[in-house]
Design a protein around this ligand. Structure first.
Ligand SMILES: Nc1nc2c(ncn2[C@@H]2O[C@H](COP(=O)(O)OP(=O)(O)OP(=O)(O)O)[C@@H](O)[C@H]2O)c(=O)[nH]1
Ligand SMILES: [Mg+2]
Length: 363
């Protein structure tokens, strides 16, 4: 993607000028405010870096971090406005931005140490760029499982987090995107037999969407179902929430899951973005006895912050797989991407929407 720059007396004028020249497809990537000396006086100027939306995405397969670096190294040849003095001011900015997005204390400490130990930042913008780069690089995505899911996908998690709803969304997503609507390729299995109403809920969903549904309450039942299940390309396994980690029932669930062929099975933990970091850490710990491979983050629509989820993903080393952002089935399901993350970060002066859009074109 080509970036263009335009210089003017202020941001608004620069944007107006860019739109006059290139139309409404202008998307600002970043702005640089600086001062020019004229005699005894200093005058403000602003350089914007932007790209055009209708351009085809370039072949260059860069990461967002590289984009960020590119902007960082662009030489506007002038001292910048909004200079940032000293370590304590820089530390203050990093803490404020991360804290404002609900990152955990330990994430903030690590990020501060990583960013501010060796590097000197002259402006807020430079520091924000480096922080964004750090945030994006510190999170990973389970791209392999997303693109090429293992035959059995088991979703674990606390009660009411949205496991059943998410599995139906995922079933519909893979049915359409991977199996061209062939209903005989995807099935759901409910191991959720301990809660009144649970069976009804999943049955109604599957009836509505024409999905094949099986129930297994014991190892024997699951074993005898296995030959049938193995005829499906993708089997989504729903588990009971409330009891998943309570003594005997946890053991019961584990022995049920052991019936599934280990090498063809991927376990994920569902966590709600609306939970506090401490709760999320507790759930990750509670479910750490299962062979978790990824996180599915539900209820993004119920919160404004995403730092809690990113902190927990980093600390637990669990990559993100899907986000859900509403109760609508099957619509409210999103692939976990940098773009979604950028769209949820707040308090930055940089244009995160443009950065996110740019990243989206590469994913
Ligand atoms: N706002 C919002 N609500 C959601 C989302 N995903 C699920 N829900 C709602 O959360 C509630 C619980 O969803 P379920 O899918 O039954 O959750 P569960 O984890 O299967 O619950 P248990 O089986 O009881 O453990 C339902 O009212 C869902 O509609 C989401 O992304 N956003
Ligand atoms: Mg359920």
């Amino acid at each position: 993607m080509d970036f263009l720059t335009l210089d003017a007396q202020d941001y608004e004028t620069a944007l107006k000028e860019a739109r006059t020249q290139y139309g409404s497809s202008v998307r600002v990537q970043t702005r640089k405010d600086y001062l020019v000396k004229k005699g005894m006086k200093k005058r403000r100027r602003c350089t914007i870096t932007f790209y055009l939306l209708q351009e085809k995405p370039s072949d260059v397969d860069q990461t967002i971090a590289q984009d960020v670096r590119k902007i960082q190294t662009e030489d506007v040849g002038q001292p910048l406005e909004s200079p940032i003095d000293g370590k304590s001011q820089q530390q203050q900015l990093v803490t404020t931005l991360l804290d404002g997005n609900d990152f955990t204390e330990s994430y903030i400490q690590e990020a501060t140490a990583a960013l501010l130990t060796d590097t000197q930042f002259e402006t807020h913008e430079e520091l924000e760029m480096a922080l964004l780069e750090h945030i994006i690089e510190s999170v990973s995505f389970n791209h392999g499982q997303y693109v090429n899911p293992k035959q059995f996908f088991v979703l674990l998690g606390p009660t009411g987090v949205g496991k059943t709803t998410t599995l139906v969304k995922m079933a519909m997503f893979y049915l359409k995107s991977r199996f061209k609507g062939s209903e005989d390729k995807v099935a759901l299995v409910s191991l959720d037999s301990y809660r009144t109403g649970a069976t009804n809920q999943i049955e109604l969903f599957c009836k509505d969407f024409g999905l094949d549904l099986f129930h297994a309450h014991s190892e024997e039942e699951l074993s005898s179902l296995l030959p049938t299940l193995e005829t499906y390309e993708l089997v989504l396994v729903d588990t009971m929430g409330k009891s998943a980690n309570q003594g005997e029932l946890a053991l019961h669930l584990k022995s049920l899951l052991m019936v599934l062929p280990e090498e063809k099975c991927s376990c994920a933990l569902a966590i709600s973005a609306s939970h506090k970091s401490r709760d999320l850490e507790r759930f990750v710990k509670l479910f750490s006895t299962y062979p978790l491979e990824s996180l599915v983050v539900t209820k993004l629509d119920e919160t404004e912050d995403i730092g809690n989820v990113l902190s927990v993903s980093k600390a637990s080393n669990l990559p993100l797989l899907f986000f859900t952002n509403g109760q609508k089935v099957p619509e409210n399901l999103l692939k976990a991407t940098s773009e979604v993350i950028l769209s949820y970060l707040r308090g930055f002066s940089l244009d995160l929407q443009a950065l996110g859009h740019n990243q989206n074109q590469k994913q």
